[in-house]
Structure formats: C-alpha cells, structure tokens
Design a protein around this ligand. Structure first.
Ligand SMILES: Nc1ncnc2c1ncn2[C@@H]1O[C@H](COP(=O)(O)OP(=O)(O)OP(=O)(O)O)[C@@H](O)[C@H]1O
Length: 242
C-alpha cells in the first residue's frame, strides 16, 4: 500500500503553490489516469512522487515504511523500484533497443562490468525477455532512432521493467503517437498491471484514461478534486478538463 498525505510543493522564484494538499492511497496493480487542466500540477506531482523534486510538506509511506524520513535506504527504494517515464523518454537513439534496455540494468551492474562493457548472459536474456513481452523481439537489434514513437515508448517501458520497476510514473506516454500505437502502449501497460501487479500513474487524455485506466484522478488547484474508480467522469467532474 502506498500512502501519500498532505503533499505540498511550491515552484519558481515566487514560490507559487503548485501542489497544496495532495493525498491518496494506491494499491499494487492499479492503473491510474492522471487528469487536470494545463498547469494544474500533473508533471510536478509525478516528479515529487519520483523524488525528482523535493517535497515542501507531506508524508509518503510504502508498506508502512516512511520514505521521506527514512534516510538513504528508503529513498533508494524509490530510485530502484519507481520508474519515471518523461514526456520524451531518454533513449539513446544511436543505440539499439536491446542496448537501451540493458542500460536499465546499470544500477544493478557492478562497476567493473559497466567499465568493461561485459554483459552477463542472464542480463542479456532478461532484456530479451522483456522486449519479447512487449512485442519488440524483432526490433531488438534496431537503433531506437529507427523505431516508431509507440515502439520507442515500449522500449522505455521494457527498460523500466528490466530495472525492476514496480511502479511506473508516465508523463503523457502516448502524446504524439498515432491512435494504434497509443492503444498498443496502453494495452501493454494495462496487461502488465493485471498480470504482474505493476502500478502505473500516467498523464493521459480523458478518452484514453476512461478506456484504459482502473481509476482516475482529476487534479485541480493543487489537490486531487475527483478520485474516480470503475466509471466514467460525470459532466461536472470533467468540467474544465477539455
Ligand atoms: N520550476 C518551476 N518554476 C516556476 N514555475 C513552475 C516550475 N515548475 C512548475 N511550475 C509551475 O507550476 C504549474 C504546474 O506545472 P506542471 O508542469 O506541473 O503542470 P501540468 O499540469 O503538468 O501542465 P501541462 O498539462 O501543461 O503539462 C505551472 O503553472 C508551472 O508554470
């Protein structure tokens, strides 16, 4: 169980409040669509959860462990088990899909292997397994610069999974993709949530959030104004989103 309480964050030289009092409980296997008007704080929320941005206030617990007050070990849990997929995922376009996925293992790889570039057979097999699971086995040896946007997103997901991600925070993972690629990325995430207990929080357009997520959060003025499970948003809940 992941519990966030009273998360507050201000940004910029004027320290304008962006997140005022965000709170939620989240279980493993949930796929959450994060919605909100432009500037409502969606990216900031994801960045705070990934500990890329410092929290001004709040409590963050995972299975009872205090993440913010728990020192290096607790924060390391986030860096090891939570992946943040940014709007333009940081893949190296000159490298193959396989190499990009293997980079995901760098954190678990001893320094001398990183230095010598020697890849363990089980690392290689693990990377190939993830690429296969994401339907990319035949693209493993292609440079990611030659792949479609949807395929690149799936490489980024494979890299996160090989890294051991239990939670994926994805900022607009399907923006700029054609409908078929967007569908394939979201179906992949949905299946992983159902079958492996992966938890996803993704900034999505409303119609895709309603189709693919199990739960939706509507951010407004720095709080989660609506937290909806198992149904579409009502007219009042979607006001201001589109
Ligand atoms: N480093 C910063 N300095 C100044 N203002 C910031 C900073 N980071 C975020 N903000 C402000 O906080 C607000 C929320 O930004 P954020 O990027 O989280 O919104 P968003 O909901 O993701 O927006 P969009 O849908 O347009 O991407 C915006 O008004 C933004 O200008």
């Amino acid at each position: 169980m992941i519990i966030v309480e009273h998360l507050a964050k201000a940004a910029g030289p004027e320290q304008v409040p962006v997140l005022r009092d965000v709170g939620f409980r989240m279980e493993s296997g949930e796929m959450i669509g994060l919605l909100g008007a432009s500037g409502s704080g969606k990216t900031t929320l994801l960045r705070c959860l990934a500990l890329r941005d410092k929290w001004d206030k709040g409590n963050f617990r995972i299975d009872g462990a205090d993440i913010l007050g728990g020192g290096f070990g607790a924060k390391r849990k986030i860096s090891r088990e939570w992946a943040f997929l940014e709007q333009n995922s940081e893949l190296n376009k000159e490298r193959t899909a396989l190499k990009n996925v293997l980079i995901g293992q760098a954190a678990q790889t001893p320094w001398w292997r990183r230095l010598t570039g020697v890849v363990r057979t089980d690392d290689y097999m693990g990377a190939m397994d993830e690429l296969e699971r994401l339907g990319l086995l035949d693209k493993a040896k292609m440079k990611t610069g030659q792949l479609s946007g949807g395929e690149r997103q799936r490489v980024a997901i494979a890299r996160a999974l090989v890294h051991g991600a239990k939670v994926i925070l994805a900022d607009e993972p399907v923006t700029g993709l054609d409908p078929k690629s967007a569908q394939s990325v979201l179906e992949t995430l949905m299946t992983l949530c159902k079958e492996t207990g992966l938890t996803v929080v993704a900034v999505l357009p409303l119609e895709l959030a309603e189709k693919y997520s199990t739960r939706m959060w509507v951010l407004d003025k720095g709080v989660i104004k609506h937290d909806v499970t198992g149904r579409r948003l009502t007219g009042a809940e979607r006001a201001g989103l589109i």
